[in-house]
Design a binder for this molecule. Sequence first.
Ligand code: AMP
Length: 171
Amino acid sequence: MDELKGIIRDIPDFPKKGIIFKDITTLLADGKSFHRMIDLIAHRYIGQNIHQVVGIEARGFILGSALAYKLGTGITLVRKAGKLPFRTRRKTYDLEYGTDTLEIHEDAFQAGDKVIVADDLLATGGTMAAVVDLVQELGADIVECAFLAELEFLSGRQRLPDGKVFSLLKF
Ligand code: AMP
């Protein structure tokens, strides 16, 4: 794990002063590390009869689609407002400054579908909490929220369903 953590690059003061941005592009670009990351995460869910992986725009699509491929499921996209073409359900949530809106197609799931929701990084948990609401409102059953990395000092997991959060790398 330390090897994978070491490949993620810290970018100070991006996108604004005071934030240390975890740049995962270095890990994604390294074939061996990318493979290892997906195998380690997918391993948790093999044999659990997962119906669908949900990926959050944009880096969650990368993790989510590789996971879905490995698990033999499809991937459902959660996108920024105005990008999905069919009827959607939407959720607006607070950011540090202002708000953001995410959408999902309203026919994404069958009732009781077992899903994994994937994103690259858990920070304050606001993004994933909004997606958890959307997925549950549409009748799916969240098996776990899966992240490549978690910033533990921000306690984001407290905003997410108890015992249903997994992160491969903790910072
Ligand atoms: P949050 O809603 O605070 O949990 O933020 C999660 C989203 O913001 C994730 O999709 C991350 O890609 C991105 N993000 C937040 N903070 C960071 C950070 N320090 N480094 C990299 N990505 C971040």
